[in-house]
Ligand binder design. Structure first.
Ligand code: CP
Ligand code: NVA
Length: 330
């Protein structure tokens, strides 16, 4: 059956079938080939999109801007605090205003409910550029990167180590379940994903002949994995006070040489970035000073090793976001 997602919003992978995700991955590969060979692809001239960011960003913002420019779109960026949204104007009103001017809206913010509400009122496609609960555009980049490294996705063994109930843990669990990848969350119990989401993921996984499991045991979690993935220990929007407890909880789950040695010999290391793998950031330096640790979720040695594919993932943000914009606006 042909896949057509024109006019749809892209809010979370739960809303998309494996066939639709597959279509977006194939389109991303086409766009990557065009970009790499310098072939112009200004397919959406005379359309305009707006990027609303209530949290900071490097990759997602730049990926949307470059993808938009490559497609010939007009792109408006609104940074945290420079629109009326939330403070003087409700989400519903903002959505209806922007929907009258723009052909598509990207939103990065706090609750998933906000982006869902924006999409309900906008009348044009809305793309979730990260909420506290999900980060769907990152998923496409991660799936594409894994497919490039391993040739195909079904049957791969994927282990996520760290804060498994944040936007990345939640999203990766669903993305793997949809695409037939065995998913393990390796984390302290306190940071396991919500039981309802785990049940949902397990039901999806059964349909796609793979498994979703949770473990607190690092040896069990890392053993034989094809992919070891981690994310920062404290996410945007969380208060600084949580650092101390989070460090205590997550230190045993740091991705280091021992963890990579337990994984499959051909395993790759992945991270959505940004990452605290040294003290060359203000937060990294501050944490080192307060808590005496110079590396957090991943050691510098693993981050810089040949197994690390983090910059391929970062590049793939742009190709996959281009596919989402094109497929929903064309
Ligand atoms: N991975 C990711 O979303 O990065 P940014 O926060 O820089 O957009
Ligand atoms: N969990 C991180 C992801 C950043 C891309 C955060 O929300 O800050």
């Amino acid at each position: 059956m042909p896949v057509n997602i024109r006019g749809r919003s892209f809010l979370k992978l739960l809303d998309y079938s494996p066939a639709e995700i597959r279509y977006l991955l194939e389109l991303s590969k086409d766009f990557k080939r065009l970009k790499r060979s310098g072939v112009p692809h200004r397919y959406l001239e005379n359309k305009n999109i707006v990027l609303l960011f209530e949290k900071t960003s490097t990759r997602t913002r730049c990926a949307f801007e470059v993808a938009g420019n490559d497609l010939g779109l007009g792109v408006t960026y609104l940074d945290p605090g420079s629109s009326q949204m939330g403070k003087k104007e409700s989400i519903a009103d903002t959505a209806r205003v922007l929907g009258r001017m723009y052909d598509g809206i990207e939103y990065r913010g706090f609750s998933q409910e906000l982006v869902e509400q924006l999409a309900a009122y906008a009348g044009v496609p809305v793309w979730n550029g990260l909420t506290d609960q999900f980060h769907p555009t990152q998923m496409l980049a991660d799936l594409l990167t894994m497919e490039e490294k391993f040739g195909s996705l079904p049957g791969l063994r994927f282990t996520y180590m760290g804060d498994a109930r944040n936007n990345m843990g939640n999203s990766l669990m669903i993305a793997c379940a949809k695409m037939g990848i065995h998913f393990t969350a390796c984390a302290p119990k306190e940071l396991f994903p919500a039981p309802e989401l785990v049940e949902q993921a397990q039901a999806i996984a059964r349909e796609n002949h793979c498994t979703v499991r949770l473990t607190e045991d690092v040896d069990e979690g890392a053993r034989g994995a094809n992919v070891i993935y981690t994310d920062i220990w404290v996410s945007m929007g969380e208060p600084d006070e949580v650092w101390e407890t989070r460090i205590k909880l997550l230190r045993p789950y740091q991705v280091n040489g021992d963890v990579m040695a337990k994984a499959d010999p051909g395993a790759v290391f992945m991270h959505c970035l940004p990452s605290f793998h040294d003290t060359n950031t203000t937060i990294g330096a501050d944490i080192a000073q307060k808590f005496g640790i110079t590396e957090m979720e991943v050691t510098d040695q693993v981050f810089e090793s040949p197994q690390s594919v983090v910059f391929d993932e970062a590049e793939n943000r742009m190709h996959t976001i281009k596919a989402v914009i094109y497929a929903t606006l064309c």
